[in-house]
Design a protein around this ligand. Structure first.
Ligand SMILES: Cc1cc2nc3c(=O)[nH]c(=O)nc-3n(C[C@H](O)[C@H](O)[C@H](O)COP(=O)(O)OP(=O)(O)OC[C@H]3O[C@@H](n4cnc5c(N)ncnc54)[C@H](O)[C@@H]3O)c2cc1C
Length: 443
């Protein structure tokens, strides 16, 4: 770990060394000739990137038909294509950096319980199919109480199956999930990925890349032709600054027009705390990613109801203390909101209510043997930064183009961060890109 020990001047300064900052650094170094300095207030990948379960998926956290209504079909479908391009970009970064960590890809499963959830999904699917995307499948149980209420216009979009077909894929005995969606998923340890990529960047771009940990941006001052970051003891002067800070609120932005950008940034990103629990079991199953929409979820306001997601992946660290082959089972879902400018600390307690909800879900739906005592080796929480419309912001600050953003991770942030990093590199190389749903805008 090396903190900043002197004033430096560079071309691009990236703030935040989670997956967004690492991907932005990787693509900027690869596709431009510009020198890059990357700083983090703590250690690399110790933010949200070190506090998820590593489930990879490319998706929005808002019904797709709403995005179409807001931005129009063409922009929305281009946004969908962009998010999905994150898969290829991840493979590119993984193979360029010659990563050693395990990276699996597999079909992902989503279980839905109600007619509302099913119809909203079918509407989304019909729009994606219209846009040329045919890679998701939908199955509905022949016993679904709402089967006959599904509008005829969606009939070509799903197959009717035996309930067992759905239960087997969701790995549950419960009969409340009547609809199954199959999409593309994967898993890897995103913190280890960032560490491996950072090492690769340091080795490959010796004269163009500097990484400084325990270096907090306290103040960002925007001028017409450069930016200055104040880290307390030292300054970083650069042509452009890229914020990859997730939902952290601990800095101020100054611009010659006053505090408009500062206020807008803090209003644009709201912190939300996500909770997870994990335990080990003998490795006798393949990696998997499953999401469960419980009956109380209003599909237009998913954050208000009970939603759980389960990731099972090989546990590939700490094997000296726990020799043998293990799978790590992680379940998340419960979240809590932070109020404006409220500070978040990883040291906060893990509330019993969150653990109780997750445990009740696991015992009720996944690991249901009543005689089995589950020993949770890991319980943790992490910070997610949500934009008001739950769409990531990638690009130039409209009031001063010395500043760029790759933020608004949301709960599905790993694959989108890769796309964000590539897009920032394109903008920094001077490419003119067409308008996009991810463009930062004036609120
Ligand atoms: C519990 C949980 C479960 C999740 N599950 C999934 C999942 O299954 N799939 C998925 O795709 N995504 C998931 N996510 C989201 C995913 O983890 C995030 O989208 C992603 O890690 C965000 O990366 P980031 O680089 O934007 O932010 P972070 O990893 O949080 O990095 C931001 C960095 O900025 C630094 N920073 C902030 N302010 C400053 C400052 N002033 N000066 C210097 N540095 C600063 C922080 O120290 C931090 O390291 C989950 C998140 C959580 C919390």
């Amino acid at each position: 770990m090396v903190p900043l020990r002197e004033d430096v001047t560079t071309s691009v300064v990236i703030v935040g060394a989670g997956i967004s900052g690492i991907a932005t650094a990787f693509f900027t170094l690869k596709y431009t000739h510009r020198p890059v300095v990357l700083i983090d207030r703590g250690l690399i990948a110790h933010g949200a990137t070190g506090h998820n379960a590593g489930q990879l998926l490319a998706d929005f956290e808002r019904p797709f038909d709403e995005i179409v209504s807001e931005f129009g079909f063409d922009l929305a479908i281009a946004g969908w294509r962009d998010i999905r391009s994150g898969w290829e970009l991840l493979s590119e970064m993984y193979s360029d950096a010659d990563c050693r960590i395990k990276f699996s890809r597999f079909p992902g499963y989503i279980g839905k319980t109600t007619l509302d959830q099913t119809i909203i999904y079918l509407e989304e699917l019909s729009l994606k199919v219209k846009g040329g995307f045919h890679d998701e499948q939908c199955y509905i149980s022949k016993d679904a109480p709402f089967l006959s209420s599904i509008p005829e216009k969606y009939r070509d979009l799903y197959s009717v199956v035996e309930p067992r077909f759905i239960q087997e894929r969701l790995e549950t005995e419960s009969d409340i999930f009547h609809t199954l969606v199959v999409d593309e998923r994967g898993c890897l340890n995103s913190a280890l990925l960032c560490q491996e990529v950072a090492k690769y960047l340091q080795k490959t771009y010796v004269h163009r890349f500097g990484l400084y940990e325990q270096t907090q941006m306290r103040k960002l001052v925007l001028h017409d032709d450069h930016v200055v970051i104040d880290t307390g003891n030292h300054t970083i002067t650069a042509e452009h600054a890229v914020l990859c800070t997730n939902g952290f609120e601990d800095f101020s932005v100054f611009d010659k027009h006053g505090l408009a950008i500062d206020l807008a940034f803090h209003r644009m990103i709201k912190g939300e705390v996500g909770y997870m629990s994990g335990y080990l079991e003998k490795m006798n199953k393949e990696p998997i990613g499953i999401s469960f929409f419980m009956p109380d979820i209003d599909p237009r306001h998913e954050e208000e109801g009970q939603y759980f997601y389960l990731t099972r992946r090989p546990y590939d660290i700490d094997l000296d203390r726990r020799p043998g082959k293990w799978n790590l089972i992680c379940v998340g879902g419960p979240e809590a909101h932070l109020s404006d400018r409220e500070q978040y600390f990883f040291e906060y307690d893990y509330p019993d209510t969150m653990q109780h909800d997750i445990d009740a879900f696991i015992k009720g739906y996944y690991d249901t043997d009543p005689n089995k005592k589950i020993n949770y080796q890991f319980t943790w929480h992490g910070l997610m930064g949500y934009t008001p419309d739950r769409i990531r912001r990638i690009g130039f600050e409209p009031r001063n183009n010395r500043l760029l953003y790759n933020v608004g991770c949301n709960g599905i942030g790993l694959i989108p961060a890769l796309f964000g990093g590539r897009k920032i590199a394109r903008l920094l190389s001077g490419e003119q890109l067409p308008p996009s749903i991810f463009d930062p805008r004036i609120h």
